[in-house]
Design a binder for this molecule. Structure first.
Ligand SMILES: CC(C)(COP(=O)(O)OP(=O)(O)OC[C@H]1O[C@@H](n2cnc3c(N)ncnc32)[C@H](O)[C@@H]1OP(=O)(O)O)[C@@H](O)C(=O)NCCC(=O)NCCS
Length: 183
């Protein structure tokens, strides 16, 4: 699905653009996720784990949402560059098509400017426009207090914990939490 472009104002006064990434953005998208993965401990991969992911795979990943009705990616563009991305994915089975899941990541220099809040507002609107979607789900890694604050502010509540779901490079184990918001 393709997001209808919209502009909004960041907390620092700059104007940001929300739009779906296109396959022409594949190279920047790949550089974006590698950089974002190195700027936080709270994404699922270490930057070097993206080394085997090539441009064609990134194009296919982008196109999968762009040309398909069961998912949508939205990029936030600030000063001409990708500041962050989010994705909403809709389940399709008879038993679970009332459910959607979301993911989000921004580059560190763009944290705390209101982009996350705006992206969630837009993802909620898109989910509400889709017939039958009742709940949105996400996971976060223990200790990600900024993400947890944002998710609780947007109406998500913790529904469960996966003990020791994440093993960091130093060998420490960290829990992962599941959250859900009813639309
Ligand atoms: C988590 C993330 C998506 C949030 O997006 P964002 O654009 O920074 O969020 P916003 O600016 O809209 O809101 C951030 C909120 O967290 C608050 N906050 C900032 N630092 C915080 C902290 N250390 N602890 C708790 N709350 C914090 C801000 O005050 C703001 O709350 P408010 O709107 O009530 O004032 C973004 O920081 C990010 O991409 N982080 C790295 C990747 C990541 O963790 N992704 C999520 C994986 S589950």
């Amino acid at each position: 699905m393709v997001f209808k472009e919209t502009e909004f104002k960041l907390k620092d006064g700059r104007v940001a653009l929300l739009r779906s990434p296109h396959e022409d953005d594949a190279e920047e998208m790949l550089q974006f996720i590698i950089k974002a993965s190195g700027e936080t401990a709270f994404l699922m991969k270490y930057p070097e784990e993206w080394a085997d992911f090539n441009l064609d795979q990134e194009k296919a990943f982008i196109n999968d949402d762009y040309y398909n009705q069961n998912g949508m990616m939205i990029s936030c563009i600030v000063d001409g560059k990708i500041a962050g991305n989010c994705q909403i994915s809709f389940r399709t089975g008879m038993k679970d098509r009332h459910r959607a899941s979301v993911a989000i990541a921004l580059l560190r220099e763009f944290w705390n400017l209101g982009i996350g809040t705006k992206m969630f507002e837009e993802m909620f609107r898109i989910a509400r426009e889709r017939n039958g979607v009742r709940q949105i789900e996400l996971d976060f890694i223990e200790g990600n207090s900024r993400a947890r604050h944002l998710y609780e502010k947007m109406g998500f509540r913790i529904t469960g914990v996966k003990p020791d779901a994440i093993r960091m490079k130093d060998g420490t184990f960290v829990n992962e939490y599941m959250m859900l918001k009813r639309l």
